[in-house]
Every structure is written in C-alpha cells, then in structure tokens.
Design a binder for this molecule. Structure first.
Ligand code: NAP
Length: 482
C-alpha cells in the first residue's frame, strides 16, 4: 500500500493564527475501509475557536495590505504545492474518506484548479466602476472584501469543498476560519501545512478541528467579528445555521443537499445513458450531492435500460480504495450503512422491487453492495430523500410532461441529468426543470469556472468562477460633489 512520504502533512491539532495548537481533549479519526483508528486529534476548545476568529480579524489588515498580485502569487504557490504533494494528499484523502485513490487524485487536482482560477481572478477584482449620476456629482462603486469568513465543510469531498470556499474568499481579500468534518479533518490540516509553505501569512487561513460541531458552529455563526458563514452540508444542518446567523445578520452561502433526477427518454443513446448513470450514481459510492438520486426512465425503453444497467453494475468492484481494481470504496461509517438498509427495507415494504445488491459487503469496513431498486413511485419515501449511497432507484414515465412533473416533485433543486437525442426537446424543457445545474447527455459537470449551486432547499449562493468570488465582496457606493 502507498505510504505518506512527507510526514509533515500529517497533523494532529488545529492550525490557528500561524501555530499548531494542542489541547487536552482528543477525538479519533477512523479509516472507513477497515474501521480502525487512523489518528487521535486534539479537540479545539471554545477559546481556541474564538482565538482563530480574532486572529482572522487582525490578519485582514495584513492580507489586504498586499496587492492583488501578491495575494494571487501566494495562491498560485499554494496550488503548485498541492500538485507537488498530489500523492501524499491523495493518500490522506483515501485513508480518511475511503474513495478510490484515482478519485482522490481527481478531487485534489480539481481543487487545485479552483485555487489556480482564483489566483488569476484575484488580480482583476477591485477596480472601481463609475456609476451614472447628476452632472455636479461623480459616483463610483467599489467592491470591498466582506471581512472574516467562517466555513463549515462536509466529509464527502474533504479537499475540494474546502478550497472552493477558501480560495475564493482569500482571493477577494477576506480571511478564513475553517471547520472541516470531524470524520475527515486530515486533508484540511494538510492543506493548512501547505498554506504555511506557500507563505500565506498567519491568521489568514486557520483550521479548527473537533468533534463537537454544534459548539464550534455556534461560535463560527455568532462571533461578532464574523462577517459571513459559508456552509456545505445537509439541508437540515444548513437550516439551523441560517437561524444562528440571522441573529447577527451574518451573510450566508449555503451549498446543501440534492435529489438529482436522471431522466432517460426513449430517443436517448442508451449505452451513453447507462455509462452516465454509473458515473452519476456510483462516484464516491454515491456519496455526492450531485449523485443521481431518482432515475426517471421512459416506460417504452425501461426494460432495456434496466437490463444494461444491471449488467454494468454487477461488473463494478467494491473494496479498499488503495487497490486500483476497485471502483467503489466504503461508505463513511456504520450509520451510513444502516441508513442504506433502512432505505431499502422501507422501499421494498412500499412496493419497490430489489433487482441487485441490497446488503453490506461481508468484510471489515463499511462497504455496501451496489443496489438496484425498480417500481419506484413518487409516493414512496425513497423518492423524496437524499440517498447518499450506492442505491439506484428507478421510476418510469410515459411522456415528456410527466417526466418534467416528476423531476420537479422535490424540495431540492441542486442538479439533474437529461438523456435524449432530440434537440427540440432539450430546448423545450431545460428551462422547465427546477435545477441549479443540468448535465445533458453527460454526467460529468464539474468545472471550476461554472456556478456550482442549487435552488429551492438545495441552498443559496454559488461557488466557482467569478460567481464564487462575488460571494465574498460587498459594494460600496461613493458619491462626491464636484
Ligand atoms: P452535515 O451533517 O450537514 O455536516 C456538514 C458539516 O456540518 C460537517 O462539518 C459537520 O460537522 C457540520 N455540522 C453538523 N452539525 C452541525 C451543527 N449543529 N452546527 C454546526 N456544524 C454542524 O452533512 P454531511 O453528512 O457531512 O454531508 C452530506 C451532505 O452535504 C449531503 O446532504 C450533501 O448533499 C451535502 N453536500 C452538498 C454539497 C453542495 O455543493 N451543495 C456538496 C457536498 C455535500 P461534523 O461532521 O464534525 O459533525
């Protein structure tokens, strides 16, 4: 098995104001592929979290005193170090999160691409713009960094979720205090180490780790010096954090859960649709916010599509992500595996048919069989919940109007997929689908330049491209008498 070559990337405590901060209390990080403990980490105390925020506030002056070009240069260096450390970062990511090593490398390179993009955008930011006004006045609109940003990120993409936020905020001239998931803190701490090596000044990017998310979250959302919270995670936790932020009228960006429809029309290239289905469903063992969650297949081709999908699914190999023969790694923990069993049992009770899989793999770790359920209808629980695991759930439709109605029958509106060869149909229905993102005849959407995010209860705000940087800027309008 691959090993860590650069030991300085393996950290055991929070990084605050340029220092690694020990504490008495510890928590454990587990390898989901074996259930074994990887590491003991120090819990951040409440006073350490507040210290990180105060340091971020003090560092605003230091960070904003640098020219945009200097800030861009530091970000550029940071992403360069990530690429140099690709094997080590991928090792840590697979170790704590479980995804296959090649997916881990893909995530790190994708994250580095965000940092690269934001290093380029940083230099173009703060040019003031004139505004129309009366003849005796001059009017100018400036864009200012909003200040201290706190970020809370999930375990499913421990590297890219961090940098999609942090790189945009830093490029805008903000400082950042990050709390990664307690399940996958090692990647974020390794990124902090690389930020030191890149020369990013103390206090500009701090990482607080701990197992008491609620207590840390209360400080990150309510400390008076925090200007904005950027959160990626479940809709349920997002709603709580929104309430907490309302108290101090903090800005928020919310990247929340999804319930992606994957629509296949009878005129689609079925082999391409099956290939897309495998990618959209089984990447990261189905634990992605843009995972295909509800397959909607036109009745006339359902039998053929399902037969092809079952055949391809049976060929997938589930196992330790360090072994390159495996395409599907473990679920993150036992709770996730229990959740899959419950979803499957309830769906079967409500009339679904189990075609393949349905059980945890009998081995150490939290591996789960790729599973296919058919006969799904919109009145079943599975149709309305984010599965977040390797379960394909297939419903059928008769016509286009019904497909759109089913696709939109969700409180979520993050992402979806559409397979059809009919260009007129595409033109007709794209705007009718209530989704922030849509893949047409392809399942790979990720693009650092594009606005990533959802509508409805999938959140508010966007990450990526110039849309992402806007999240961290305020406008200041100045009107002067001539
Ligand atoms: P989660 O339970 O909401 O946790 C996300 C983050 O919030 C973690 O750091 C977690 O800490 C923290 N947290 C949990 N309870 C908290 C509280 N009361 N106060 C403050 N922080 C709290 O979600 P998850 O299970 O990690 O991630 C899966 C969810 O994220 C899915 O719904 C998925 O769709 C969504 N997601 C969305 C996007 C997007 O871009 N829209 C991307 C990725 C994931 P601990 O882990 O330490 O408890």
């Amino acid at each position: 098995m691959q090993k860590l070559t650069k030991q300085s990337l393996l950290k055991h405590c929070s990084y605050i104001d340029g220092r690694w901060m020990d504490s008495e209390q510890t928590f454990e990080v587990f390898n989901p592929a074996s259930g074994e403990v990887i590491s003991q980490l120090c819990e951040s105390s409440a006073s350490q979290v507040a210290q990180a925020i105060n340091a971020a506030d003090n560092a605003l002056a230091v960070w904003q005193a640098l020219s945009e070009t200097d800030r861009a240069r530091l970000l550029e260096r940071w992403q360069g170090l990530m690429r140099e450390s690709l094997d080590d970062l991928a090792y840590l990511l697979t170790l704590e999160q479980g995804k296959p090593l090649n997916e881990a490398k893909g995530e790190i390179l994708h994250a580095a691409n965000y940092v690269k993009l934001y290093s380029e955008l940083a230099a173009q930011l703060t040019e003031p713009k004139p505004a129309a006004c009366a003849e005796h006045q001059s009017a100018t609109v400036y864009r200012r960094p909003i200040g201290v940003v706190t970020a809370i990120t999930p375990w499913n993409f421990p590297c890219s979720m961090v940098l999609r936020k942090a790189a945009a905020a830093l490029a805008a001239g903000c400082t950042v205090v990050l709390k990664p998931s307690e399940l996958t803190p090692l990647s974020a701490l390794a990124l902090a180490q690389l930020s030191i090596e890149a020369g990013i000044p103390a206090g500009v990017f701090s990482v607080v780790v701990g197992s008491n998310a609620q207590a840390i979250g209360e400080i990150l959302t309510q400390h008076p010096k925090v200007a904005k919270l950027s959160f990626t995670g479940s809709t349920a936790v997002g709603k709580k954090l929104l309430q907490q932020c309302a108290f101090g009228v903090k800005r928020t960006a919310m990247e929340l859960g999804g319930n992606a429809p994957f629509i296949v029309f009878e005129d689609a290239d079925l082999d391409a649709a099956v290939e897309g289905a495998i990618a959209a469903k089984f990447r990261n063992a189905g634990q992605t916010c843009i995972s295909a969650n509800r397959f909607l297949v036109q009745q006339s081709i359902a039998e053929e599509f399902i037969a092809k999908l079952v055949e391809k699914t049976k060929a997938l190999k589930v196992g330790n992500g360090f072994d390159e023969v495996h395409q599907i790694g473990p679920l993150i923990n036992q709770r996730a595996s229990d959740k899959m069993l419950k979803i499957i049992d309830t769906a079967i009770e409500q009339g679904a048919q189990l075609l393949d899989g349905g059980k945890p793999v009998e081995s150490p770790g939290h591996f789960f069989q790729p599973t296919i359920l058919t006969n799904i209808t919109a009145d079943m629980a599975i149709f309305h919940q984010e599965i977040f695991g390797p379960i394909v759930s297939i419903a059928t439709f008769d016509n286009e109007a019904q497909a759109i109605q089913l696709a939109n029958q969700s409180d979520q509106g993050l992402c979806g997929y559409l397979y059809t060869s009919n260009q007129q149909r595409i033109s007709r229905i794209v705007r009718l689908l209530q989704l922030g993102m849509l893949g047409i005849n392809q399942a790979r959407l990720s693009n650092p330049a594009a606005p990533f995010g959802g509508i409805k209860q999938s959140g508010m705000g966007r990450e990526g491209g110039h849309y992402g940087i806007e999240e961290y800027l305020d406008y200041q309008y100045v009107c002067q008498m001539k």
